[in-house]
Design a protein around this ligand. Structure first.
Ligand SMILES: O=C(O)C1=C[C@@H](OP(=O)(O)O)[C@@H](O)[C@H](O)C1
Ligand SMILES: C=C(OP(=O)(O)O)C(=O)O
Length: 448
């Protein structure tokens, strides 16, 4: 459905998204069902594949990233039914029983698939694996997981001493370690814990700040012994573990809800209800940041679904204030910084984002790209080595911008375009389907 405000044009599989708010103004209204959480979807597919018995997954994200995970684990013998949102069935092959694939495993655009899978592959003795990814993923650092895996005894080869995919892995019986991670990263933590499932004894990861804890929660639900120490930000798995297939209910992704939270908060007259959003405290930095900015957001119908806290979120327009985002808050909102930069352009005052150098090694350099593309639209953003300085209250104007094939950039620019005067053209907007295939459809619905 085209509204005239939101239009798409596709040529040679690249999509240009055109956003042109009416000169009379626009306000957003409606109830939104967001797709399943990407992090939980990956983990449900992986643990389902490694477990004995059947795992059923309700609400799986049908984006390109979890599809990459499903296809890799199917290649190694897991039986995964057709992917749909209602019910996906995974017949596990049993821990340590993955089959050696005859083809290269392709993680596509997905850092989570590649980094978590490396821990699983490296700990499968007597099998040889090769893994790769797309043009973006082969440029992202893998040494952060290769290094601790090598400490456990893993054999991994790749460009620059195993720092970049394509990688080759000769599976080994690994030994447990205590790894002090220099960065707060759930991908590093999860990779090492997954590698520790078959190692004899305690495998522990300590991180400088707490990152998302979906692996710890789901490993426990599947029957592994997992200890956590919130004081020291440590998680331990005791091996050898056994995993038993489970029913998993995937809540909506707060990282996808973030686009609508900011859209509702910055477009005058708006009110949006976003249903069934996962509000795990290791993920809700976006809610804390928007609260600091004095956004009007209510949590309704709070409940727990299959071990994860869930709520409906109601957002209404309000004048935002600038804030400073830094320190241990950063890992709790790492994927939401591009859309928070959009929010900051509408806030009164100057917003500072620091301690977020991780953004430079995501699907794109998100600091450089967000500063450049929003500045094209009239924003005043300076890059910092580890963040951005955003002068708020600048009027945005429509422009030709690009996603750099990064899903979070594509969607953040679309929300910025709702606030701009005139037409914005977002190049390579199809990237949104990595984590949010229905993004444009929902955008059209709430702009009616
Ligand atoms: O473990 C996960 O599911 C994820 C962890 C985060 O990455 P890092 O671990 O690199 O911070 C996040 O950016 C990514 O989108 C998903
Ligand atoms: C960084 C992201 O994902 P990944 O690392 O899995 O590619 C993301 O979804 O923003």
């Amino acid at each position: 459905m085209l509204t005239g405000i939101i239009e798409t044009k596709t040529s040679e599989s690249q999509q240009t998204l055109s956003v042109e708010p009416p000169t009379s103004g626009l306000s957003l209204h409606g109830t939104i069902e967001i797709p399943g959480d990407k992090s939980i979807s990956h983990r449900a597919l992986m643990l389902g594949a490694l477990a004995t018995g059947t795992t059923t997954i309700e609400g799986l994200l049908l984006g390109a990233d979890p599809r990459s995970t499903a296809s890799c684990f199917s290649q190694m013998g897991a039986k995964i039914s057709e992917l749909n949102q209602q019910r996906v069935e995974v017949q596990g092959i049993g821990l340590g029983q993955l089959l050696e694939p005859t083809e290269v495993l392709d993680a596509g655009n997905s850092g989570t698939t590649l980094r978590l899978m490396l821990g699983i592959l490296a700990s499968h003795p007597d099998r040889f694996f090769t893994v790769t990814g797309d043009h973006s993923l082969v440029r992202r650092p893998m040494d952060r997981v290769v290094k601790p895996l090598q400490e456990m005894g893993a054999m991994i080869w790749g460009r620059e001493g195993g720092s970049f995919a394509p990688l080759a892995i000769q599976g080994q019986r690994l030994k447990p370690i205590h790894y002090n991670s220099p960065i707060a990263s759930a991908q590093v933590k999860s990779c090492v814990l997954l590698a520790g499932l078959m190692a004899e004894g305690e495998t522990t990861v300590t991180e400088p700040a707490l990152s998302r804890d979906h692996s710890e929660r789901m490993l426990r639900a599947f029957g592994a012994r997992v200890l956590v120490d919130p004081e020291t930000h440590s998680a331990t798995v005791i091996g050898p573990a056994t995993l038993q297939g489970q029913p998993v209910v995937v809540p909506g992704d707060v990282s996808s809800a973030a686009f609508w939270l900011v859209a509702g908060a910055i477009i005058p007259g708006s009110e949006l209800l976003i249903k069934n959003v996962g509000v795990n405290p290791t993920r809700t930095g976006i809610l804390d940041a928007l609260e600091m900015m004095e956004a009007d957001i209510q949590l309704e119908n709070q409940r727990e679904v299959a071990g994860e806290p869930v709520a409906d979120l109601r957002v209404k327009y309000s004048q935002l204030k600038a804030c400073t985002l830094e320190g241990s808050l950063i890992p709790r909102l790492i994927d939401e910084i591009p859309i928070l930069a959009v929010a900051a352009t509408s806030a009164q005052g100057t917003t500072i984002i620091r301690d977020a150098e991780e953004l430079r090694v995501k699907e794109s350099d998100r600091i450089k790209v967000m500063a450049a593309e929003l500045n094209r639209m009239g924003a005043k953003i300076s890059e910092l080595p580890d963040g951005m300085e955003i002068v708020g209250g600048t009027a945005l104007t429509g422009a030709e911008v690009d996603s750099y094939t990064d899903h979070r950039i594509a969607m953040s620019l679309a929300i910025a375009a709702l606030k701009a005067s005139g037409k914005t053209l977002i190049g390579r907007a199809e990237a949104a389907s990595i984590s949010y295939p229905q993004f444009t459809t929902t955008l059209q619905q709430i702009c009616k």
